[in-house]
Write a protein of this length. Structure first.
Length: 742
């Protein structure tokens, strides 16, 4: 007890009845849970085997188990500490027959589940992607987490064609699972609830067996987990939940923040103890985080503090573009390493996986080892490897390995038999499989597959012939459009597909960035697609850094529960962080706030927030707007460093200030490679028979109103650059279809 502060001791010693421990970031919640378990047993309030503790990761459960054993000795092994899913497996293995399963049931992971759903879609003749298997899987998972049976789900689908199709799949999916004596992850929770509700005597046994229940990360529970906790504790009410509503960031996968917000209503007479002394971060970092999260309408009141003295200001990195942003971050890390810090002292966080590409490039160019947590390195992601395989075929049509990867992506109606025939016939005729695609009848491939193979061969042959005419990024754009890759992802209509589409666009941005860099470094050397592909191949070959000696890159979601000496959060821009889509709600924005809070509170000693004036997406530079979260942080906590050209950014930042209640006055001092020289514009150009002058207002059917800001070329090849709301587009003057305003 001597190592606990006042509030921690209160939480440890409050042993009877419902208890809510609001544990802010870095306040020692694991210590409280393990000491509370120890105190329950040491005071003979409960036997070790009567204590149940559940959390969300095997790592967390293992750490708690180790600490309890260290505190109690061997007797601590009898405490049941596990994840929710492991606890449910423990129950179901013993009582599976009560719900019609055998105890030897198989647990399907997400890949197994998706494969089964794909087979069901095929058997039901749902082949038009309405819904796609991944969308159906997501909807079924949502239904199960809400404890909806196929019949109950079907009753909610009236008038909704897509939901009706999902209902058909869900019903067949359950039949197939049962026939295979298999369950998926969601079933582990759902079937445990069903088992308890259908067997009152069994429920009473486990209520008696586990007389004290502790739940970690309670803000992350979904409805099924909430029901399990309620059922287990409704007789004795000895329930202790530990969590932080400010760190509720998993609503997109079913977690319900209302579980923690409504705890006092669900368990009348409960005690609430707030842990607000932080042992991780400086007060400056904590105050910055509070500024962001305190704007949430409904939250448990709390403000973290630390007894640590001093601390650096939060540094805002204002960068010209995402390439400068990545370069600035890499440069600061390099200086830190030269001053004695270790690579593992640094973490770079971002909102979306697609952002890692520019950062990886900058770290690699600086010779800084890095590792990606909770994701795959950018050039190893499936969709990126698909496009790279296509691009390799433009240069080397004999690359059969690349051809086999993409020949049926997007779907072209080719089965394994047809692909095997293509390979066998190519060998028989002494041709490459690619060459034989022009005459698929030689491989006895007919109908739609034959038509699609000829079409693909024509697209790749045409682009290959233009490899010396078109710039590498233009080749990539034409290829992606020609094969319909983004169309395929758009038709899939799922959150996962949106992320994959972003990664494809980011690959094009990476090619464009490569071209810009090569033009600066080697202006006399032709910039070719082959050179880009060679660089990418070498990235894979030399990437041998070990995790324990590397800078960590990850999404903010993946960073939850971790801490680092120095944290960079990249992309602090509207539309990126917060990530706002057309369908976003107020609740979504509040979750983005909590996510930002989580990111900020990962930092122990130093926090950098970075943003770009322009961000490249799909080869185009878009004007950005600073994240609203920046304006929620007290200006006195922030210092600013500028990198690259910032004239356009400063204009936007001043405009933003006029629309916010909390203004940030920007210092005029520029550091790094800053240059605030004004942009110079061109001369009038001719388009559609009318004189269009730079600076003139124009209107476009798709992009709305904008201002012409630059031009290049002459005559029929004249290109004009127009700044529309939130984006900058480069258009051919003769085909821009612009309407002059005024």
């Amino acid at each position: 007890m001597k190592d606990l502060n006042k509030h921690q001791k209160e939480a440890v010693c409050c042993l009877d009845g419902p208890l809510l421990v609001l544990a802010g970031a870095g306040t020692g919640k694991t210590k409280v849970i393990t000491h509370r378990i120890t105190h329950l047993i040491a005071t003979h309030t409960a036997r070790p085997d009567q204590v149940l503790g559940v959390t969300f990761t095997n790592k967390a459960a293992g750490e708690m188990k180790k600490r309890v054993i260290d505190l109690l000795g061997p007797v601590g092994r009898y405490v049941h500490l596990s994840t929710f899913h492991s606890f449910c497996v423990f129950l179901l293995r013993q009582h599976a027959e009560t719900i019609g399963y055998k105890s030897s049931f198989t647990i399907y992971d997400e890949a197994d589940s998706l494969a089964l759903i794909k087979r069901i879609c095929k058997s039901l003749n749902i082949l038009d992607g309405q819904p796609s298997p991944s969308v159906a899987q997501h909807r079924i998972s949502e239904a199960k987490s809400r404890l909806l049976t196929p019949a109950q789900f079907d009753g909610m689908t009236a008038g909704d064609y897509l939901a009706g199709q999902v209902s058909l799949i869900y019903r067949q999916y359950e039949l197939e699972l049962k026939k295979n004596n298999a369950v998926d992850f969601d079933d582990l929770l759902r079937l445990t609830v069903a088992m308890f509700e259908q067997n009152p005597q069994l429920l009473r046994y486990y209520q008696s067996r586990f007389s004290h229940v502790l739940v970690d990360e309670y803000q992350d529970t979904n409805y099924a987990q909430y029901r399990i906790v309620r059922l287990l504790t409704e007789s004795h009410r000895n329930i202790c939940v530990v969590g932080d509503d400010d760190q509720a960031i998993y609503g997109w996968r079913g977690a319900d923040i209302k579980n923690i917000l409504n705890f006092e209503e669900d368990f009348p007479g409960c005690r609430v103890i707030t842990l607000d002394q932080n042992y991780r971060s400086t007060n400056i970092i904590l105050d910055a985080a509070h500024g962001v999260v305190s704007k949430i309408g409904r939250r448990k009141p709390k403000k973290l503090y630390t007894r640590r003295n001093g601390g650096d200001s939060v540094t805002l990195l204002q960068c010209a573009d995402d390439r400068e942003e990545a370069s600035a971050i890499a440069g600061l890390i390099k200086v830190g390493l030269q001053n004695g810090k270790k690579p593992t002292d640094f973490a770079i966080l971002y909102r979306t996986n697609a952002q890692s590409r520019a950062i990886e490039d900058a770290l690699r160019d600086s010779g800084i080892p890095y590792t990606i947590v909770g994701g795959t390195k950018f050039y190893e992601r499936m969709e990126v490897k698909d496009i790279l395989a296509y691009l390799r075929l433009l240069i080397n049509p004999d690359d059969t390995q690349s051809l086999l990867r993409i020949v049926n992506v997007p779907k072209r109606g080719l089965g394994e038999v047809s692909i095997a025939r293509l390979q066998q016939s190519a060998e028989r005729y002494g041709k490459s499989p690619f060459a034989l695609m022009a005459t698929p009848e030689l491989a006895d491939i007919k109908g739609k597959p034959a038509i699609e193979l000829k079409k693909l061969h024509a697209i790749l042959t045409e682009l290959s012939a233009k490899i010396n005419e078109l710039k590498p990024d233009e080749l990539a754009i034409r290829l992606i459009e020609g094969i319909g890759y983004l169309k395929m992802l758009d038709e899939e209509n799922s959150p996962e597909a949106d992320v994959r589409a972003d990664n494809v666009r980011e690959l094009v941005s990476g090619i464009a960035a490569f071209m810009e860099r090569k033009e600066e470094e080697e202006p006399e050397t032709p910039i070719t697609l082959a050179a880009f592909l060679e660089e990418v191949a070498l990235i894979t070959d030399i990437d041998t850094f070990k995790d324990e000696a590397a800078v960590v890159l990850m999404t903010v979601h993946a960073a939850k529960g971790l801490e680092f000496d120095t944290v960079f959060i990249a992309g602090m821009e509207e539309g990126l962080f917060p990530l706002i889509r057309d369908s976003s709600t107020d609740a979504d924005l509040e979750e983005e706030r909590r996510l930002c809070y989580v990111g900020i509170t990962r930092a122990k000693n130093k926090l950098y927030l970075a943003l770009s004036a322009f961000r490249r997406r799909y080869g185009n530079s878009f004007v950005t707007e600073p994240s609203r979260f920046l304006f929620d942080i007290d200006r006195n906590l922030i210092e600013v460093e500028k990198f690259g050209y910032l004239g356009e950014y400063n204009r936007l930042y001043r405009d933003r200030k006029t629309r916010t209640s909390t203004q940030i006055e920007l210092p005029s001092v520029s550091r790094g490679s800053g240059n605030d020289a004004p942009m110079t514009y061109g001369i009038p150009v001719e388009a559609n028979g009318e004189s269009i002058k730079v600076g003139q207002k124009v209107s476009h059917k798709k992009f709305g109103t904008g201002t012409i800001i630059a031009r290049e070329g002459s005559g029929a090849t004249t290109m004009i650059t127009v700044r529309f709301s939130g984006m900058v587009k480069k258009l051919m003057a003769n085909h821009a279809a612009l309407e002059i305003l005024g």
